[in-house]
Design a protein around this ligand. Structure first.
Ligand SMILES: [Zn+2]
Length: 97
């Protein structure tokens, strides 16, 4: 696995992630991740990213939840790319319309 930013080597590790909840910040320790040995960039697997997103979602108020759910409807209609659909090696050739 290679770093998206600097092409450095990514190794497995753990990190501390912060979730911004507007009025407070939630700190989650021991989050499994891949870390770049060169620039320190951290990336999460899709599973971990989804779990973090779920934690954040659970803390939102109802209006915000509705807004996000609405966004997910749009996604189902094909307006957005999900992470695992992105072809990182050919970003410049992708039609991001
Ligand atoms: Zn890097």
């Amino acid at each position: 696995m290679v770093c998206f930013f600097c092409n450095g080597k990514m190794i497995e590790g753990i990190t501390t992630d912060m979730i911004d909840l507007e009025t407070s910040i939630m700190i989650i320790k021991d989050v499994p991740c891949h870390k770049c040995t060169q620039c320190g960039e951290v990336s999460f697997s899709l599973d971990v990213a989804e779990s973090l997103e779920k934690v954040r979602f659970d803390k939102l108020d109802e209006d915000e939840k509705q807004a996000i759910l609405q966004g997910r409807e749009d996604y189902k209609n094909g307006n957005t790319y999900s992470l695992n659909e992105i072809d990182w090696d050919n970003l410049d050739k992708m039609d991001l319309e």
